[in-house]
Design a protein around this ligand. Structure first.
Ligand SMILES: NC(=O)C1=CN([C@@H]2O[C@H](COP(=O)(O)OP(=O)(O)OC[C@H]3O[C@@H](n4cnc5c(N)ncnc54)[C@H](O)[C@@H]3O)[C@@H](O)[C@H]2O)C=CC1
Ligand SMILES: CC(C)CC(=O)C(=O)O
Ligand SMILES: [Mg+2]
Length: 369
């Protein structure tokens, strides 16, 4: 029987609660398909800062490097929130592991589950049948540019006293755009043959280069229809007419923001899974953060984490049948009316409003162990 090594990174906030459900489902799916998983848990984010002083300890990175896949929950929280740029931040650990593993492609599938049609704040006729894939560049752009803060003569304004200045730089190299564009076009070929490339080419030089490179790559994919769209318009189009989108490719920060927005087409940020792929060990994580407002209450929605496990089986281990089983089990649980608080609907029965662990158990039950 094959055994895969999974590096488990619970992180902070709701992280430990939801990752337990992901592990539970992974074990159950493996058992049904004669595959075993060996789990090794490590620290990242705020928990790692508290224990070691750094958000990504060497031992965590090394464990991730040698694992067959990484399952991560989320990092961050008020305990580590500071505007003092010299202090360690949990989010830096996440950026560092993505970069160190060379995970430049972040796939965020946005699919509406029919059962959740009225869990969204949007009209059912707008979200019905939405099935799009956000392909977010993950290791370049503003989150990885040079940045700094300093005092200077001009910073303060009227009273003339020295004040602060701060800067973040947005840079892309041509090869970084080319490789993410290829991922998008390859994906479109096995989906519905459409790519929307999102930029701000009316203002930014990085976007102008992005557009040029994407068009050059497009020449190798004459069977795929390419549309350029400015990011501000895209933010509107996503809620006005989301069915026009198939594959949406964009740079790091635009993808971060647009994917949180797009999650509401599914009913909740708690439904949006992701896969971070590239040169090193692939990493699977929900798109949301550590949700400190609901941490420790056992009420977080574990489905984004569980659907990230589905992506792991599909992309890292080629276990398509097992992945399909998880997708079917999640749909069945939702069809039966089970809900966590974030996807509760008007008609949700009180006895079907469940917590994190129960939702995980229900998915395992529908898998049929
Ligand atoms: N990938 C990561 O680890 C990310 C970490 N963060 C960090 O997370 C912390 C909190 O950030 P926020 O801006 O509040 O974003 P967030 O994504 O943690 O939460 C936003 C809202 O969505 C809700 N939510 C998120 N996941 C949910 C789930 N599974 N079930 C039910 N409700 C859920 C939260 O309760 C909150 O109301 C910050 O420290 C931030 O830096 C934020 C985004 C991504
Ligand atoms: C916390 C950030 C580093 C990233 C983020 O918000 C995301 O990847 O969705
Ligand atoms: Mg985000």
């Amino acid at each position: 029987m094959a055994t895969y090594r999974i590096c488990v990174l619970p992180g902070d906030g709701i992280g430990p609660e939801i990752i337990a459900e992901g592990v539970k489902v992974l074990k159950a799916a493996g058992a049904r398909h004669d595959v075993a998983f060996a789990f090794e848990e490590h620290l990242i984010g705020g928990a790692a800062i508290d224990a070691t002083g750094t958000a990504l300890p060497d031992v965590t990175l090394e464990a991730a490097r040698v694992a067959d896949a990484v399952l991560l929950a989320a990092v961050g929280g008020p305990a580590w929130d500071t505007t003092d740029s010299s202090q360690p931040r949990p989010e830096a650990g996440l950026l560092a592991i993505r970069s160190a593993l060379g995970l430049y492609t972040n796939l965020r599938p946005v699919r509406t589950f029919p059962a959740l049609a009225d869990a969204s704040t949007l009209k059912p006729e707008v979200i019905e049948g939405v099935d799009l894939m956000i392909v977010r560049e993950l290791t370049g752009g503003l989150y990885f540019g040079t940045r700094g803060r300093f005092h200077d003569e001009e910073g303060a304004g009227a009273d003339g006293a020295p004040g602060q200045r701060a800067y973040d730089t947005l840079e892309y190299r041509e090869y970084e755009v080319e490789r993410i564009a290829r991922q998008a076009f390859e994906l479109a070929r096995v989906r519905r043959g459409r790519v929307h490339s999102i930029d701000k080419a009316n203002v930014l030089d990085t976007s102008r280069m992005w557009r040029e490179v994407v068009h050059r790559v497009a020449a190798d994919y004459p069977d795929v229809e390419l549309t350029d769209m400015l990011v501000d318009n895209t933010a509107m189009q996503l809620v006005a007419n989301p069915r026009q989108f198939d594959v949406v490719v964009t740079e790091n920060m635009f993808g971060d923001i647009l994917s949180d927005e797009a999650s509401m087409l599914t009913g909740s940020l708690g439904m949006l899974a992701s896969a971070s792929l590239g040169d090193g060990t692939a990493l699977y994580e929900p798109s949301h953060g550590s949700a400190p407002d609901i941490a420790g209450k056992g009420i977080a929605n574990p489905l984004a984490q569980i659907l990230s496990v589905e992506m792991m089986l599909r992309y890292s281990f080629g276990m398509v049948a097992a992945a399909d089983d998880i997708a079917r089990a999640v749909a069945a649980v939702l069809d039966e009316g089970w809900r966590t608080g974030d996807i509760r609907q008007q008609g949700t029965r009180a006895d079907q409003l469940v917590g994190t662990a129960r939702m995980g158990d229900l998915v395992v039950e529908r898998l049929g162990a």
